[in-house]
Design a protein around this ligand. Structure first.
Ligand SMILES: *Cc1c(COP(=O)(O)O)cnc(C)c1O
Length: 560
C-alpha cells in the first residue's frame, strides 16, 4: 500500500456507492454524489480520509429512452483503466464458505493538490465460485440475499481490507446503514475472552460506539435495509452471537439502521428537518443535524468558476467568500449565465434535436424518477400551463433514471413524455436521457430556475438545488429538506406551498408562483432577477457546500 496514505491516521468512510467521475458508474444518485463530494472536500481541506466502497463492475445502468420507455443497459467499466490493483487479499465467510476479496486503489485527486485514497472492493477472483464473483458487480441489483452478501463484503470485508493494507483508522463513518455490519466486525475484534475455560466472548459496545459515526439519509422506515433473521443466520452463520445481535439490531429483523444507531456515539441526519424526523422515528437517540453540502469546484460551471476566481479568489477552499458576491458586476453574472445556458441549449439540440430559445427562461427538473419526487406535479393541469405560457412563455427540461424495479418510476417517465409531447406546441420541452454527473452540471448551470416538488417530508435533504445555487440558479421548490433552511422568499428563490400546508395544495401554489411572481420577474425586471441570482450564490452557495459540512464532521464527529 502506498505509504503516503498509511503513515497517518485516517477516518474511514464506508459507502455503498460513490461518484468519483461521471463515467465511473459506481453511483446511482444523491447518496453516491454526496460520498464523492465528501472525499473531494476532504482532499481540499487536507482532512485525512479513506473511502471504502464496492467496485460495481457492471455499474448501475445506462438509460436509453425509446418511445418514452426507459431501457436499461449494463454500464460496465474496467477498474484497471482508472485504479491500481492492490496485493492484499482477505476473506469473508458467506453461507459457510470463504469468499475472497481484493481491492482497487482509486486515488482521488483534488484540484487544490490534495489526495484521498478510495478502496473499491472486488470479489471477481478466480478463487471464488461463479456466483460469488458477481457479488460486487451490480449496484443495487439482485434480491435481498444478494444485498446482504454485498453488505458483508462492504462492512466486514472493507474493515478487514483496511487492516490488511496497513491503514491506521481513528474513526469509522457509515454513510447510510448499508455498511453497518462493520460495527459487528469491530465488536468481534475488540471482544474480550472472560476467562480461560469459558469460550464466551464479552463484547465491548461502548468501545465500538466511541469510534463509529452514522449518517442516516432516509425519512421512511421502508427505505431502510432489513433482513429476516433466518436469512441472516443462513448467510452469516456463527459470525456473531445471535442474542447479542438481536439486542442491537432489532428483535424481529436485522435492521441495519438500528444496528448503526446502537453502535455509533455520533449520529446525524442530513438537514435540520430530517434530523427532527429521525428523532421521532427513533426516540431515545441523539440525532444531530449536519445539513448536506455540495463540492464547490465540481458543481460550478467553467464560466462561473473563472468569474469567482477573478473576484473572490480562494472561494474553492473557503466557499464562505461567496457572501461577497456583490463585488461581481451584474452584467458579468448575466454573461457567465448566458454562456452556461448556451452550452446547455447546444447539448439539448445534440441529444434530442430540439431548439431551445436563449431569451426565454428554462426550468430544470432532474432527479431520481420515483413517486415521492412528483416530477409530474407541474403537469397536474395542462390547460393552466398553456394559459400561463401564453402570457409568460417558458421552457422546461427534465432528466432522471428510475430504479429498474420501480415500475411506478418507470411509468412516470412515460407519463412525462406524454405531457411534454402534448405541450410541445406551447412550450419547448425536452427529457434528456442518462442523467449522470456530467449532465447534472450542464443542467444546474444552464437552466434559469431549478424546480423541485417532492412530497413533504420525504426529501431528506436534496442537493441538486445547492449545485444550482453555485451557478446563480435559484430554486422554486417545496419547503422540504435543505430548502427549508435555504429559502428566503423572493430573495434566494421561491417556495411552492408552505411548510405546514398539505401536499395537496402544491400544484395550485406552483402555478400561482409561476404566473404571478417568477415569470413576470424574469420577463420584466432583469435587475431584480439578477439580484435573486446573486442571493442564491451569496446566501445559499456560501453555506450549502461540502466544506462547511466536512469541517463540521471534523470538529463535532471525528474529534470527540
Ligand atoms: C446531485 C445529483 C443527484 C441528487 O440530486 P437530489 O437533488 O438530491 O435529488 C442525483 N443524481 C445525479 C446525477 C446528481 O448529480
Amino acid at each position: 500500500m502506498h505509504y503516503e496514505f498509511t503513515h497517518q491516521q485516517r477516518i474511514a468512510y464506508f459507502t455503498m456507492e460513490i461518484a468519483l467521475e461521471s463515467d465511473i458508474p459506481t453511483y446511482s444518485g444523491g447518496l453516491g454524489i454526496l460520498a464523492g463530494d465528501v472525499m473531494r472536500a476532504g482532499a481540499d481541506i487536507q482532512l485525512p480520509l479513506a473511502a471504502v466502497s464496492l467496485v460495481s463492475r457492471a455499474g448501475y445502468f445506462r438509460q436509453e429512452i425509446v418511445g418514452g420507455r426507459q431501457i436499461e443497459h449494463p454500464d460496465t467499466w474496467d477498474p484497471s483503466q482508472h485504479a491500481f490493483p492492490l496485493d492484499a487479499k482477505i476473506a469473508v465467510n458467506i453461507e459457510g464458505r470463504d469468499v475472497w476479496v481484493r481491492g482497487w486503489l482509486y486515488v482521488l485527486k483534488g484540484h487544490l493538490g490534495g489526495k484521498e485514497p478510495v478502496i473499491l472492493l472486488d470479489t471477481d477472483l478466480d478463487e471464488n465460485s461463479e456466483d460469488d464473483r458477481k457479488i460486487t458487480h451490480y449496484l443495487y441489483g439482485g434480491d435481498q440475499v444478494y444485498r446482504l452478501k454485498q453488505e458483508i463484503v462492504l462492512g466486514v470485508g472493507g474493515l478487514r481490507m483496511l487492516h490488511a493494507l496497513g491503514f491506521q483508522i481513528r474513526q469509522y463513518h457509515m454513510n447510510e446503514g448499508h455498511s453497518a455490519l462493520l460495527s459487528l466486525e469491530l465488536l468481534r475484534r475488540l471482544a474480550r475472552q472472560e476467562n480461560e475455560e469459558d469460550n464466551a466472548l464479552s463484547y465491548d459496545i461502548p468501545m465500538v460506539r466511541q469510534i463509529c459515526n452514522f449518517t442516516t439519509h432516509t425519512p421512511i422506515e421502508a427505505g431502510h435495509d432489513q433482513f429476516p433473521y433466518e436469512m441472516v443466520q443462513n448467510v452469516l452463520r456463527d459470525f456473531i452471537d445471535f442474542s447479542e445481535l438481536k439486542a442491537v439490531a432489532g428483535e424481529e429483523r436485522l435492521n441495519m439502521t438500528k444496528l448503526a444507531l446502537n453502535l455509533s456515539d455520533y449520529v446525524n441526519g442530513v438537514a435540520m428537518k430530517h434530523a427532527e424526523i429521525s428523532r421521532q422515528m427513533y426516540p431515545g437517540y441523539h440525532v444531530h443535524a449536519v445539513t448536506n453540502g455540495v463540492h464547490p469546484y465540481t458543481w460550478t460551471s467553467a464560466q462561473f468558476a473563472s468569474l469567482y476566481d477573478g473576484y473572490l479568489p480562494g472561494w474553492c477552499y473557503e466557499p464562505q467568500l461567496l457572501v461577497r458576491v456583490d463585488q461581481i458586476p451584474d452584467d458579468a453574472i448575466w454573461k457567465a449565465h448566458l454562456e452556461s445556458k448556451r452550452a446547455l441549449i447546444g447539448r439539448i439540440r445534440t441529444l434530442c434535436g430540439k431548439d431551445f430559445d436563449e431569451t426565454l427562461p428554462i426550468f430544470g427538473f432532474a432527479r431520481r424518477m420515483t413517486a415521492y419526487k412528483r416530477p409530474d406535479l407541474i403537469f397536474t393541469d395542462l390547460e393552466r400551463i398553456r394559459a400561463i405560457a401564453k402570457n409568460n412563455p417558458f421552457q422546461i427540461v427534465m432528466a432522471g433514471k428510475a430504479h429498474p424495479n420501480d415500475e411506478g418510476g418507470k411509468h412516470l417517465i412515460e407519463t412525462l413524455h406524454a405531457h411534454l409531447g402534448s405541450l410541445s406546441n406551447v412550450v419547448n420541452a425536452a427529457f434528456l436521457p442518462n442523467y449522470d454527473m456530467d449532465l447534472a452540471l450542464s443542467l444546474v448551470s444552464g437552466v434559469d430556475v431549478w424546480l423541485n416538488t417532492p412530497l413533504k417530508p420525504l426529501e431528506a435533504s436534496g442537493t441538486s438545488g445547492m449545485k444550482a445555487a453555485f451557478n446563480g440558479v435559484p430554486s422554486l421548490s417545496v419547503l422540504d429538506g435543505w430548502w427549508l433552511e435555504g429559502c428566503i422568499e423572493g430573495v434566494t428563490g421561491w417556495a411552492v406551498g408552505s411548510a405546514s400546508e398539505s401536499n395537496g395544495e402544491d400544484a395550485s401554489s406552483l402555478y400561482d408562483k409561476l404566473e404571478k411572481t417568477v415569470l413576470p420577474l424574469y420577463h420584466s425586471d432583469r435587475a431584480g432577477w439578477i439580484s435573486v441570482m446573486k442571493n442564491a450564490i451569496g446566501k445559499n452557495a456560501s453555506y450549502f457546500n461540502s466544506h462547511r459540512m466536512m469541517r463540521r464532521y471534523a470538529t463535532e464527529a471525528y474529534v470527540r
